[in-house]
Write a protein that binds this ligand. Structure first.
Ligand SMILES: N[C@@H](CCC(=O)N[C@@H](CS)C(=O)NCC(=O)O)C(=O)O
Length: 206
């Protein structure tokens, strides 16, 4: 199996951190996004969206980080990390959908304006866009904060794939000054997640 990713990409991190945590044996290929490798015909034949990550397992080509991470869990020996019961799996799917539809775009919007634009293009943030993303963040973060008030982790009170799924878009949250002041239980969860060895190992070098 070969994972195409880039260590700076938060979606790439979801696939990579899951593989590292599970101890999955795979070959990795760093897609040189700065050189446009993700838009080359060779890479587009693997992921026609021109985005990272992507996984190739024989003749099976898989894109979408959540799908890749779930596939790696399915291949690994059964463990609490990916629940085996229907309710536990639905709960992971719930947080994945919530991340994709609500939380990820909200955090990602702030991170893009305040951090990525500076790093990649030396541009300053559009404060109207930051404000719009912050409004979305403050709409959805309370849901997670309330859940974490009575739980250590998102699903089954143990570290699961759901924590990696929701944690990845927060990779640059601190660098982008995403304020967790109103969300102490998210902050405590983030601190717990930051202790996980695979999480530490896959933190982008800044
Ligand atoms: N929903 C996709 C999103 C992938 C994605 O947006 N990847 C970004 C990096 S984090 C990318 O490749 N961007 C380059 C581009 O869109 O040109 C996933 O989860 O895999």
């Amino acid at each position: 199996m070969k994972l195409y990713y880039n260590p700076m990409s938060t979606n790439g991190r979801l696939a990579h951190v899951t593989a590292v945590h599970l101890g999955t044996q795979l070959e990795t290929h760093v897609v040189e996004m700065a050189k446009g490798e993700h838009k080359t015909p060779e890479y587009l034949a693997i992921n026609p969206n021109g985005k990272v990550p992507a996984l190739v397992d024989g003749d099976f080509k898989l894109w979408e980080s959540g799908a890749i991470a779930t596939y790696l869990c399915e291949l690994a020996p059964k463990s609490n990390f990916y629940p085996t019961d229907p309710k536990g799996r639905a709960d992971v799917a719930r947080w994945n959908s919530w991340k994709l539809a609500h939380f990820g775009p909200a955090v990602g919007g702030i991170v893009w304006e305040r951090f990525m634009k500076k790093v990649l293009m030396n541009q300053t943030a559009d404060e109207d866009k930051v404000k719009a993303s912050e409004e979305q963040f403050n709409l959805f973060a309370p849901v997670m904060n309330a859940h974490l008030e009575t739980h250590q982790w998102l699903v089954n009170d143990t570290l699961t794939l759901a924590d990696f799924i929701v944690g990845c878009p927060m990779t640059y949250a601190q660098a982008a000054n995403v304020s967790l002041e109103r969300y102490p239980h998210i902050k405590a969860w983030w601190d717990r997640l930051s202790q996980v060895p695979a999480w530490q190992k896959t933190a982008p070098k800044m």
